[in-house]
Design a protein around this ligand. Structure first.
Ligand code: ATP
Ligand code: MG
Length: 388
């Protein structure tokens, strides 16, 4: 009996309800062969006992067919519901912590930061998911080199795609390339909820969530659907970007989300030929804002061509060049974020009671009757509904 024989036998075991096998999904670990005895671990995303039973039976059958005498198959399934120090509404209870990556402005490097922080956390031994919640402009599939991969869908449940040791899901993986959808507020809210409820995330230590720019429906829905453990703001050092970043930090405060810190991106330029660092947009301009919001700058990430090509080519710098200066800074930022998450949990975690909608489900705050007489445009009038 060899590793190859065992792998090939287990590749015949389909994940129940899906067309792919447990080896292709990457669920099989720790294969140990002792003569004709084989043991291995299957790390699955479903907590349903019938799924575990089916995999065990099929795997044993396939291995015995190639000559195994004793087969020990240990199934590691998520335990539901899990313990958590966080409270309130949580539609993805198998996820222990949620990290919301935001910025006031577009194009400052949220997706790049989300990808590299997620990979850094995984490199530090955490079980990590990355949700691309930017439904208008999903960039994560390209940045992780999975733009051509379609996820496995079973009914209304979808298995996350695996890349660089993390689980990933993006609207870009569900739509045809180049397709655009016109999103209205209610659709955005529904999409975010489905990303949390209908994606078969494993029992994750942390789900990193790459948000669309700004402070809108997606951010509010996320905060209402799960207790967001911490928020990370990405900014560039120019004054105009900082003005917008203040709004992002203020949003975290309003949504009762603890701030994990600020990443100052495009902070200086490291010349690839000499390694010398130059100041381009101004450096250190972010510190007063960090002080104002009682938080800290957890990384200054320089403009580095390898970061941009890493994004375009699906080869994140933290994975492909872990000894580079930028990768080291992402790793340090991930350590700082994790320390903050642990501290938040040790102090009782977070809750999202305070941000729950006050109107019944399906009724927008704008459609509640107003005592005020003046309704001029068929809208919600001029106050009291939270729209103004
Ligand atoms: N430090 C950096 N050095 C070089 N290029 C970078 C750096 N950070 C980001 N980029 C590049 O800048 C572009 C914008 O970055 P990114 O897509 O991460 O921003 P974003 O904030 O997510 O944008 P959006 O608001 O559109 O979602 C990308 O091409 C990315 O590769
Ligand atoms: Mg983005």
């Amino acid at each position: 009996m060899t590793q190859e024989i065992v792998q090939s036998a287990l590749s015949k075991v389909l994940y129940p309800g899906f067309t792919k096998d447990i080896v292709t999904f990457g669920f099989v670990n720790n294969i140990v062969i002792d003569g004709k005895n084989v043991s291995f671990i299957v790390d699955i995303t479903s907590s349903a006992p019938e799924v575990a039973q089916q995999i065990k039976e099929d795997a044993t059958k396939e291995l015995k067919a190639v000559g195994a005498a004793n087969v020990a198959c240990t199934i590691k399934a998520p335990v539901m519901p899990r313990e958590s120090s966080s409270r309130g509404k949580n539609i993805a209870p198998q996820v222990k912590n949620f990290l919301m990556v935001s910025s006031g402005k577009g194009g400052v490097g949220k997706s790049t930061t989300s990808v590299n922080i997620a990979i850094a956390l995984a490199a530090q031994g955490k079980k990590v998911g990355l949700l691309d919640a930017d439904i208008y402009g999903p960039n994560i599939p390209r940045m992780l080199g999975i733009a051509d991969i379609k996820p496995e869908v079973n009914g209304n449940k979808v298995l996350p795609i695996r890349a660089y040791g993390i689980e990933v899901m993006s609207m870009g993986s569900l739509m045809e390339p180049g397709q655009s959808l016109i999103w209205r507020g209610a659709m955005i809210m529904k999409a975010i909820e489905q990303f949390l409820r209908d994606i078969l995330w494993s029992e994750l230590d942390v789900l990193v969530i790459d948000m669309p720019p700004g402070t809108g429906d997606a951010q509010l829905t996320l905060a209402q659907s799960v207790p967001v453990t911490a928020g990370l703001t990405v900014t560039t050092p120019q004054g105009v970007s900082l003005d917008d970043s203040r709004r992002s930090l203020d949003m975290f405060k309003k949504l009762h989300i603890p701030i994990a810190g600020i990443v100052e991106n495009m902070s200086g330029f490291i010349a690839p030929d000499t390694g010398v660092e130059y100041d381009i947009f101004g450096k250190g301009t972010t510190q007063p804002m960090a002080d104002e919001f009682e938080t800290k700058i957890i990384a200054e990430i320089p403009i580095e061509p390898a970061i941009r090509t890493g994004g375009d080519e699906g080869k994140p710098i933290t994975f492909v060049a872990p000894t580079s200066e930028s990768a080291k800074r992402y790793m340090a930022a991930a350590e700082s974020i994790w320390a903050m998450i642990e501290e938040i949990n040790a102090n009782g975690g977070v809750d999202n009671f305070a941000v729950q909608p006050t109107t019944p489900p399906g009724v927008s705050a704008c459609s509640t009757p107003k005592p005020a007489p003046a309704q001029t445009s068929g809208g919600c009038g001029s106050g009291g509904c939270g729209c103004h």
